[in-house]
Design a protein around this ligand. Structure first.
Ligand code: ADP
Length: 214
């Protein structure tokens, strides 16, 4: 049987649950999850001069230069069957991506800003497997990952000043992409527990003939 291939983007403000949903969709639909945030954090951890440059931007809550992100993306983007999380983040990036490949659908995950601020302030991430915990998804033992036993840490950019700046950057740079992608947009309400958000999204994709794979 011929399996159809799919190219998805997940769009939404920081803290809306993009990363969590992208990982779950990737598992269910057998897609590769490409997160520019994760790729940048890997690079930043290396402590190279490039890593230090990235860290500076993280702390301020702005966007990393297109030269750095665009190259990381081009080196990591498969031809097909992927969900792209964190890219594009502005119109220039959307145009660059369009030259590389044609996207099928764009999932627009939206959640009110007040809820986002609460979520991001309480977010903890596993140092080892990157699982995410927070108000809606607390870990069983404080500071320890349920999945792998790794240590839970707070991301450097999850502090009040940086969160405010990231939301501003989103409004100014990323939100206009919703109009840009227009008829490819699938709107999803992110203001619910992850399992419900996942099921609603799977249903929307199923309606467009993108099916869960065994
Ligand atoms: P969030 O969406 O919660 O801010 P990400 O993990 O997607 O988290 O991104 C973290 C940071 O990485 C962003 O605040 C930004 O500085 C940088 N970043 C990620 N993707 C891009 C991109 N496509 N272009 C520029 N900077 C990016």
């Amino acid at each position: 049987m011929k399996v159809s291939l799919v190219k998805l983007i997940i769009l939404g403000p920081p803290g809306t649950g993009k990363g969590t949903l992208a990982v779950e969709l990737a598992q269910k639909l057998k897609l590769k999850h490409i997160s520019t945030g994760d790729l940048l954090r890997e690079e930043a951890k290396k402590g190279s001069s490039l890593g230090r440059e990235i860290n500076q931007v993280f702390i301020k809550g702005g966007l990393v230069s297109e030269e750095i992100v665009g190259n990381l993306l081009e080196n990591n983007l498969p031809e097909d069957n992927f969900i792209l999380d964190g890219y594009p983040r502005d119109l220039n990036q959307a145009k660059r991506l369009e030259k590389i490949t044609e996207i099928d659908y764009v999932i627009n995950l939206h959640t009110p800003f007040e809820i986002i601020i609460e979520r991001l302030s309480s977010r903890r991430v596993c140092m080892d497997c990157k699982a995410v915990y927070g108000i809606n998804v607390p870990s069983k033992r404080e500071g320890i990952c349920d999945k792998c036993g790794g240590r839970l840490i707070q991301r450097k950019d999850d502090n009040p000043e940086t969160i405010a700046e990231r939301l501003e950057t989103y409004k100014k740079e990323t939100e206009p992409l919703i109009k840009y992608y227009n008829n490819k947009i699938i709107n999803i309400d992110g203001n619910d527990i992850p399992s419900k958000v996942l099921n609603i999204t799977l249903k929307e994709l199923d309606d467009r003939n993108i099916k869960v794979r065994a």
